[in-house]
Design a protein. Structure first.
Length: 376
C-alpha cells in the first residue's frame, strides 16, 4: 500500500475561497480585473498596514516592477540576499543590472549588516538593496535600514515567505520603500499563484499597476509611452486570496506550533539546532528548518533520504546564489572576516522539515521519531 504523503508545505483550502470565486463566476468577472482584485488589495493593505497594494500574477513580477520603478538598468548594481530563492534576484538580470550577493548572518539567516557595509565600500552607489525575510524570520531591519538611509539607497523587502511576520510590531514588507508578497502554492497563504506589490506611496503603487497592465496611456485609443507588462492578477485568483486571507492568522498560529513542537522534540539533541527567530520580531514560521552541528557524522541528505522512504517531503536549504552556475560571474560579499560564507555553511548543514499545517499529531510523531533515530 502506498504510504500517506506528508508534505513540506501544501495549500490549505477552507471553503471561503470557493465563495469568492463563485461570486466572480456569477457576476461574469472572469478577467484580470474586477471586484475581488480591488477588494484583495484593500484587504492586504488593511491587514499589513502597508498603505497601498497592487495585485499581480506573481511575487517575481512584484520584484521586477519594484526595480522598474527605481529605474534599475545596465551599469547598475543591486545588492541582494545571497541565501534565497532565485526569484529574489532574477528580475535584476531582466533589467540588465548586476546583482551583488550579500552573505547571510547567523542570527536570523538574513542579509548581514556587516557584509552590507563592506559591499557599500566596494560599490558605493547601488540602485537598490533587496532584503529577504527567509523562511518567515524577519531580517535585522533596523541595522539594514540605517545603512540604506546613510547611503540614500532604497530598500526593497522580499517578504514572499514572510506574510504575517512582524518586526517591532510592523509587518515585514512595509518597512522598506517597496515590499512584495507571494501567494504561490506553497506559501503561507496561496492564490494558486500570485503576488502583491506594496508601498506607502500611492503614486508608486498606481505606477506599478499601470506597468502591470501593458502601460496604456489614459487615452481613448491604444497609446503607449512606456513598455508595459501583462502582470495583473486575475479576479478568480484574487477570490482565492480573499478567502485565504481570512485564515492567515490561523495558518501562522499552526506554523508556529509546528516550529515549537520540533524545537521541543529536538531540545535534548545537542547536534540539532532549529532555524533562528528574530527576538525583535514575530515570525510566521513558514518553514521549520534545522541544522546539524559541525563535525557530526549525520548529514542532511541522510535524514532527507530516510524521510523520503516514508513518503515524507523535505527540502534542502536554498542553495546560495553565489554558488549557482548562472551567477558564477557575480560578486559575493561574505559575512566572515576570513572570507568564508555563512550561507554556504547553513546550506551544507541544514534542511527544511515538513511544515504543512495539515500534518496530524501522528504525522509529526513519525517525522520526529525518524529524525531522532539518527542521534541515538
Ligand atoms: C516564492 C518566492 C519568491 C517568488 O514568488 P512567486 O510568487 O513564486 O513569483 C520570491 N522570493 C522568495 C524568497 C520566495 O520564496
Amino acid at each position: 500500500m502506498e504510504k500517506k504523503r506528508i508534505y513540506l508545505s501544501s495549500p490549505t483550502i477552507h471553503g471561503d475561497e470557493q465563495r469568492y470565486v463563485q461570486e466572480a463566476f456569477d457576476t461574469n468577472w472572469v478577467a484580470p480585473l474586477g471586484p475581488n482584485v480591488n477588494a484583495f488589495e484593500k484587504e492586504i493593505a488593511a491587514y499589513t498596514q502597508c498603505g497601498y497594494a497592487a495585485a499581480l500574477d506573481s511575487g517575481t513580477a512584484a520584484i521586477h516592477l519594484s526595480l522598474k520603478l527605481l529605474g534599475a538598468g545596465q551599469g547598475d548594481f543591486v545588492f541582494v540576499s545571497d541565501l534565497t530563492f532565485s526569484a529574489s534576484c532574477n528580475p535584476i538580470v531582466y533589467e540588465n543590472a548586476t546583482p551583488v550577493f550579500i552573505d547571510a548572518e547567523p542570527d536570523t539567516w538574513n542579509i548581514s549588516p556587516e557584509a552590507l557595509r563592506k559591499a557599500f565600500e566596494k560599490y558605493p552607489n547601488p540602485k537598490a538593496v533587496i532584503c529577504v525575510h527567509l523562511y518567515g524570520t524577519p531580517a535585522k531591519l533596523d541595522e539594514i535600514m540605517a545603512i540604506c538611509e546613510e547611503h540614500h539607497v532604497p530598500l526593497i523587502e522580499d517578504a514572499a515567505e514572510s506574510l504575517g511576520s512582524t518586526y517591532k510590531g510592523k509587518h515585514t514588507g512595509t518597512l522598506g520603500k517597496y515590499g512584495i508578497y507571494s501567494f504561490n502554492g506553497n506559501k503561507i497563504i496561496t492564490t494558486s499563484g500570485g503576488g502583491m506589490f506594496v508601498s506607502a506611496e500611492e503614486a508608486a503603487t498606481k505606477k506599478a499597476t499601470f506597468l502591470a497592465t501593458q502601460a496604456r496611456d489614459p487615452a481613448r485609443h491604444y497609446q503607449h509611452s512606456h513598455i508595459g507588462y501583462n502582470y495583473r492578477m486575475s479576479n478568480i485568483t484574487a477570490g482565492i486570496g480573499r478567502g485565504q486571507l481570512l485564515h492567515l492568522e490561523e495558518h501562522k498560529a499552526r506554523k508556529k506550533a509546528i516550529y515549537e513542537q520540533y524545537r521541543e522534540a529536538f531540545a535534548d539533541i545537542s547536534e540539532i539546532t532549529m532555524n533562528p527567530l528574530n527576538p525583535d520580531g514575530d515570525a510566521n514560521c513558514w518553514l521549520s528548518c534545522m541544522t546539524i552541528a559541525e563535525g557530526c557524522k549525520i548529514t542532511p541528505d541522510m535524514i532527507m533520504d530516510a524521510l523520503a522512504e516514508e513518503n515524507i517531503e523535505t527540502r534542502p536549504i536554498w542553495k546560495p546564489m553565489h554558488m549557482q552556475p548562472v551567477f558564477e560571474r557575480c560578486d559575493f560579499i561574505p559575512h566572515n572576516e576570513d572570507g568564508s560564507s555563512v550561507g554556504t555553511d547553513i546550506f551544507n548543514r541544514g534542511m527544511c522539515l515538513p511544515s504543512d499545517i495539515k500534518n496530524t499529531p501522528e504525522d509529526m510523531e513519525l517525522i520526529i521519531r525518524i529524525v531522532r533515530g539518527f542521534f541515538r
